[in-house]
Design a protein around this ligand. Structure first.
Ligand SMILES: Nc1ncnc2c1ncn2[C@@H]1O[C@H](COP(=O)(O)OP(=O)(O)OP(=O)(O)O)[C@@H](O)[C@H]1O
Ligand SMILES: [Mg+2]
Length: 508
């Protein structure tokens, strides 16, 4: 196995610097990927990870520095140039076409057959073969709009492999996955690496990084501050390198629960294909109470939040907020009832990418005080409130007039949290609130959620992270196949009890 000759890296980046105006996103960064290795790229939200990978994949151009593939200097003007050199990237936010099938998305721009006549039958067959060979099963004929996020991610990976990529740049691939899906994905990328592919894995989950990575590099404020080989750093040491301070897990102190804020009774809802998704769900959330909804993805969580946020109409059942019936299908009325919503899909429902941060901050309540006075927008007020609340949540950006799309993924998430909590809601619907956040930001956000709880806010917390559910919840509810199979005080559940309930092994 060991050769005396040093392996030429598949990809090497040397002295990369990238500026956006005055902001230096990457400063003299060097990083390489060798055949057969998984190289983890770690760093706080806004540290410059996505920027560096975008440069390596031809989506952005460096101001300074060199890119080499197998020792040969490259000039990537377009993503197609990088693909031709064997570099494939799977972005933090996917780039698939919803109304096309899986196979069409995979072969898009690279179809077999003549230029005019695409041979879809051949494409379906080829995609099926490839997906079986790679251990990434997909249904070639399914529409991308109808498949789960985990499936969409497989399609993105297959798309790069179809183009014969031997370097895969994966930007937070596990952030959108449930724990079992994470294990599957890590197995697949390990076997890809074993077959000679080089992989860069961006992740905020430090235990995952220490588990699978052969080498680890840490970016802080655009600079590489530490490099480790497998086994040389613990998750706690990595966290310290990333944020420059020690991280403490937030533990909720008990707080007396007040009057009922949300009451849900016998809710029945179908999913987008008309299949029952909630089958008679009932539970309550009180003032100063955090109710954690645990469960494997796809057991009704999305539909529950959809109904309560006013996006989906239930077939039957009731929901009240502070005793008043919830105005189903009227998101604005629901907001007036004091309900705030941190959506799981921040790109679709959370922010308007081309609006400024200030406009995004005022998005929910721009027509009311303090954002508006006698029908006039109060620009100055909006700007200063936005700046103040961004500081509260540690949103890093060049100013309130930056566009939402300029923010790093984690900073977008923190801006949504800041905006939703600003309204001092009675009830907060928080879906995966810390998805994509670095360890330091998770500590901040958990602290904020508990502070709002102490001030009386009732919180419905939907999370795939059992640690998060256990750390914050007053009560825990488990959904399984659209039913509540467990509803107990936090003190009466353990990780094992939840695990069993999530697979349907325990009755309520
Ligand atoms: N198109 C752009 N215009 C202006 N600034 C940008 C642009 N893209 C990125 N930035 C800035 O560059 C910095 C690095 O962002 P980047 O997206 O690389 O961070 P990241 O490490 O991927 O963070 P996260 O973990 O939150 O995804 C941030 O301050 C971000 O606001
Ligand atoms: Mg990023």
């Amino acid at each position: 196995m060991f050769s005396a000759l040093p392996t030429v890296p598949l990809l090497s980046l040397t002295g990369i610097t990238k500026r956006f105006g005055n902001l230096v996103a990457n400063s003299d960064v060097s990083l390489d990927v060798r055949p057969g290795e998984i190289h983890a790229l770690l760093g706080e939200n806004g540290a410059g990870k996505s920027t560096l990978m975008n440069i390596a994949a031809g989506y952005a151009r460096a101001d300074e520095g060199r890119i080499e593939v197998r020792g040969v200097p490259q000039e990537f003007r377009l993503p197609a140039d990088a693909i031709a050199a064997g570099i494939g990237m799977v972005h933090q936010h996917f780039h698939l076409v919803d109304r096309l099938t899986v196979a069409e998305n995979i072969v898009l721009n690279d179809e077999p057959g003549s230029a005019v006549l695409i041979d879809y039958k051949a494409a379906n067959g080829e995609v099926r073969d490839l997906s079986e060979r790679m251990g990434l099963p997909v249904d070639p004929k399914a529409l991308v709009a109808d498949i789960s996020v985990a499936m969409q991610q497989r399609v993105e990976i297959l798309k790069t492999l179809y183009r014969k990529a031997d370097v895969l740049l994966l930007d937070e691939p596990t952030a959108v996955l449930a724990p079992a899906e994470v294990r599957d994905l890590l197995t697949v990328i390990r076997s890809l690496a074993d077959s000679g592919v080089g992989i860069v894995l961006i992740t905020h989950k430090l235990d995952e990084a220490t588990l699978v990575a052969d080498r680890l590099s840490v970016l802080r404020s655009g600079e590489i501050v530490a490099r480790f080989d497998r086994g040389d750093a613990s998750p706690a040491e990595l966290a310290q390198e990333m944020v420059g301070r020690e991280i403490h897990t937030v533990v909720a102190r008990p707080h007396a629960v007040g009057a009922t804020v949300l009451s849900v009774t016998d809710l029945e809802v179908d999913d987008s294909r008309g299949v029952p998704a909630l089958r008679g769900v009932s539970f309550e959330v009180g003032e100063s109470e955090i109710v954690g909804i645990a469960g494997v993805d796809g057991n009704g969580q999305a539909e529950l939040v959809g109904v309560l946020a006013g996006l989906v109409t239930p077939n039957s059942g009731r929901a009240t907020v502070a005793g008043e019936p919830l105005a189903f299908e009227h998101p604005r009325s629901i907001a007036r009832q004091g309900v705030a919503h941190v959506p799981a899909d921040r790109r679709k429902y959370g922010l308007v990418a081309d609006f400024t941060l200030a406009d995004n901050f005022a998005l929910r309540g721009y027509y009311t005080a303090p954002f508006s006075k006698r029908g006039f927008l109060q620009r100055g007020v909006i700007d200063s409130l936005c700046a103040e609340n961004m500081a509260h949540y540690g949103v890093k950006a060049r100013g309130v007039d930056a566009l939402a799309k300029e923010l790093s993924g984690g900073n977008q998430q923190k801006l949504i949290l800041a905006r939703e909590m600003f309204t001092s809601p009675r009830l907060l619907l928080a879906s995966q609130p810390t998805r994509g956040l670095d360890v330091g930001s998770i500590e901040t956000v958990h602290g904020r959620l508990l502070k709002h709880r102490d001030e009386g806010c009732g919180i419905l917390l939907v999370s795939f992270e059992l640690d998060e559910i256990l750390a914050l919840s007053t009560r825990v509810v488990v959904l399984f196949e659209g039913r509540v199979v467990l509803d107990r005080p936090r003190s009466e559940v353990s990780r094992e009890i939840l695990g069993a309930a999530m697979t349907g092994a325990v009755a309520a």
